[in-house]
Write a protein that binds this ligand. Structure first.
Ligand code: SF4
Ligand code: MG
Length: 330
């Protein structure tokens, strides 16, 4: 079975060539069928841009996207784009902003069903099934409500139902719980995991909350300044992070699991300016382990076993040998 999603050297530059900002710097990863990949990093790290590139809300500057083994053209429109949307759907952060408050639930959910060709006479039954699948039962209680009459959690459930209406293979969930009350986040995460299992979906779960990422994800990818710096099994990446940036994120996360607030890290005054990144490791200006070799070029991804890789020369055998020689001689 081919991977549901494969992105290879995906790149997005905003602005002109000379003054351009590299928002996504040759990022590669895959998501297997039925897998949840967590994508974590501070605000501005490129997480949402990657989702928007995959969803065709932006077109890439470079690289390839493959969906179930098929290459996806950089530009899609009309019927091709509608067909694409049957396979890839997004769930957005703010259910207040992503649903029109005046639209009744029936209208919100009937549109994608019509676009995807469901006959008019079957639409109400299908809406009823969608509402029950997302825990809004009985459907008759909700189908005529307007979005503004629903709670935040109910709205996000409608947002999830709208994504499911297309029967997608892949859901891109961009901070789907961060606008919700802490008390209902776990319910929404559990709903997404149940639906993933029942519908055989694959999911990209974007968050700045490491605890949420660990709970939801099979594997986790960590982005820093548009660059993938670490990827591996979720438990390993969070419990034994191997990149100094992931280690910093983990140490900055409030405990127990109140959710990492990106602004708290920003308050350290060190969030990178994408226009003035150093030529070597992008994390070098903030890294407690930085050494002169870190400026030599972008480090490669070093394999650490079990599919865990980190983009840091601390894992380069030559650097390890040199450091231990220095340590032994002192
Ligand atoms: Fe730090 Fe160097 Fe590793 Fe970059 S390559 S994370 S600067 S030790
Ligand atoms: Mg974002």
């Amino acid at each position: 079975v081919p991977n549901t999603l494969e992105i290879v050297n995906l790149r997005k530059v905003f602005g002109s060539k000379a003054g351009g900002v590299v928002a996504v710097n040759d990022v590669s990863f895959s998501i297997a069928r039925g897998e949840v990949l967590g994508l974590v990093g501070e605000s501005g790290s490129g997480k949402s841009t990657i989702a928007r590139l995959i969803a065709h809300l932006y077109s890439p500057t470079g690289g390839q996207i493959h969906l179930s083994g098929q290459p996806v053209p950089h530009k899609l429109g009309g019927a091709a784009l509608r067909k694409f949307r049957r396979h890839v759907q997004m769930i957005f952060q703010d259910p207040y902003a992503s649903l029109n408050p005046l639209h009744p639930v029936r209208y919100t959910l009937s549109r994608p069903l019509k676009i995807h060709g469901l006959a008019e006479k079957n639409i109400d039954a299908q809406i009823g099934s969608l509402l029950e699948r997302v825990g809004l039962a009985p459907a008759s209680t909700y189908i005529n409500k307007r979005s503004f009459e629903l709670s935040g959690g109910q709205r996000q459930r409608v947002g999830i139902a709208r994504a499911l209406a297309a029967s997608p293979d892949l859901i891109l969930a961009d901070e789907p719980t961060s606008a919700l009350d802490v008390s209902i986040r776990l319910d929404v995460m559990n709903l997404m995991l149940d639906l993933k299992d029942q519908e055989g979906l694959s999911m990209l779960f974007i968050t700045h909350d490491l605890a949420g990422a660990r709970y939801m994800s099979d594997r986790i990818a960590v982005l820093y300044a548009g660059t993938l710096v670490e990827i591996g099994p979720a438990i390993e990446v969070i419990d034994r992070p191997q990149h100094p940036y992931t280690q910093l994120l983990k140490s900055a996360a409030p405990k127990p699991d109140a959710g990492l607030v990106p602004e708290e890290i920003a308050a350290r005054g060190e969030v990178p300016d994408l226009k003035t990144l150093p030529p070597g490791c992008p994390f070098e200006p903030r890294c407690p382990h930085a050494m002169s070799e870190c400026k030599d070029g972008l480090p490669k991804m070093y394999g650490l076993g079990n599919g865990h890789t980190a983009r840091c020369i601390l894992h380069d055998p030559a650097i390890v040998a040199k450091r231990s020689a220095v340590g032994a001689g002192s």
